[in-house]
Design a protein around this ligand. Structure first.
Ligand SMILES: [Ca+2]
Length: 410
């Protein structure tokens, strides 16, 4: 076979192969591109179906924050509200602004709140829950005003958040129109309400290793008394340590004052005494004549032999704070009497058992009288007389009736 003919034939073959390759390759490429396009189209379709995620704008971000540490909450409100003067001590916040009428926001505390008291004057009341606190919500209409009220129980008291809209009916014709407007406006503000440090606010009332002192009848030493004269009771609880295996109470007594709030008591005072046993307590009205009440705590320590020493400890409120005041000590066979003229606590008469080589528990003895006078800061001790006669079961009043001169200073 001549070489040239062979060469021509080969060229034709090569051309055919190249043309075929282009056709086939182009087809594959074409198919590939169309597949990619199809895929892109499908992706685009999926993308359009996905929801658009945008960072929400916090409209309340630059609002004013009202924070109340006493009741432990905060709430935000738009900055164009202006504060109003208020006469009532119960009002915590009172702000207003003009917007298609007058808008008012008032936050106040109502002591001993009972929702039943307002049921007759409002329509439907809805029970709600705000941060684990029971609450109520209702609307009411009065003249050209429409109000939304949310109350939140704080123990016996309630925090009241009230929104009032006052408009003349030009913009909102019906009461319901006003209600809808007021609801939208107040919802946003109410959504910013929160209790601050709700856990830290409430104090425990039980303490490891301690129990409430009980008297002989099993009554626990827990008193309601208004010590700081704010017309609200505090709870005074007196604890002693739990007895050990030998029936002894080793640690000292503990006195604590809590705010009167069954749901969330707050500890406001704590004192750890010297004695480890409490003989008795008593509430004393206007004890120093300064208008403040006091609680007497007779505490003692275990003693060997014939009785122990009783210490008169007084819990009261002075110079803006709760304080304990040390009164006199006396032997447990002794007697005492609060005898001040203006405020019984200004003078304390003590009658001590006078031992005269006749040491005997439960026997008659003469009594040594001692007068303690309050000087405004502490008790000043003055020794008085010794009785002529011996006594055992008589009260201090009976002894003084028989021997009145015994309290004359020596
Ligand atoms: Ca009080």
């Amino acid at each position: 076979m001549p070489f040239i003919t062979q060469g021509k034939t080969n060229l034709i073959y090569i051309l055919i192969v190249v043309v075929l390759a282009v056709i086939v390759g182009g087809g594959i490429l074409g198919y590939y591109y169309s597949w990619i396009k199809d895929l892109e189209a499908k992706l685009a379709e999926i993308e359009t179906r996905l929801p658009v995620v945008e960072t929400p704008i916090d409209e309340t971000a630059n609002w004013e924050t009202y924070k109340n540490e006493e009741y432990g909450f905060e709430i935000k409100y738009p900055p164009d509200f202006i504060e109003q003067k208020t006469e009532s001590a119960n009002v915590l916040l009172n702000i207003t602004k003009e917007d298609r009428g007058s808008l008012y926001i008032t936050i106040r505390v109502i002591k001993n709140y009972d929702i039943n008291d307002i049921l007759s004057s409002v329509g439907e009341v809805k029970e709600i829950n705000v941060g684990d606190h029971l609450g109520y919500e209702y609307f009411y209409v009065e003249g050209i005003g429409t109000s939304r009220v949310r109350s939140i129980q704080l123990g016996q008291n309630a925090l009241i958040i009230e929104f009032d809209y006052i408009g003349d009916g030009q913009i909102f014709v019906t009461a319901n129109d006003k209600k809808v407007y007021l609801q939208a406006f107040s919802n946003q503000i109410l959504s910013t309400f929160r209790f601050i440090d709700a856990v830290g606010q409430c104090s425990p009332i039980d303490f490891l290793g301690y129990e409430l002192v009980k008297d002989a009848t099993g009554t626990e030493y827990e008193f309601e008394v208004d010590l700081n004269n704010d017309e609200e009771n505090e709870i005074v609880r007196i604890y002693n340590t739990i007895s050990n295996d030998f029936g002894e109470r080793i640690g000292p007594n503990m006195i604590k004052i809590f705010t009167e709030d069954a749901d969330c008591p707050k500890e406001i005072f704590s004192y750890t005494g010297e004695g480890n046993f409490v003989w008795g307590t008593q509430i004393l009205n206007n004890f120093f004549g300064d208008g403040y009440n006091a609680v007497l705590i007779k505490d003692t320590s275990y003693a060997m032999g014939c009785g122990g020493t009783i210490h008169l400890l007084l819990l009261t409120y002075k110079d803006g704070k709760y304080v304990t005041i040390n009164g006199p000590d006396y032997g447990s066979f002794g007697l005492y009497k609060f005898d001040g003229a203006k405020g019984t606590g200004n003078k304390i008469i003590i009658a001590e058992t006078k031992w005269e080589n006749d040491y005997c528990c439960g026997c008659e003895h003469k009594l040594q009288f001692i007068i303690y006078t309050w000087d405004g800061r502490k008790y000043i001790k003055t020794e008085a007389g010794i009785t002529e006669n011996k006594y055992l079961d008589e009260s201090i009043e009976e002894v003084l009736k028989k021997e009145p001169s015994v309290i004359d200073p020596k």
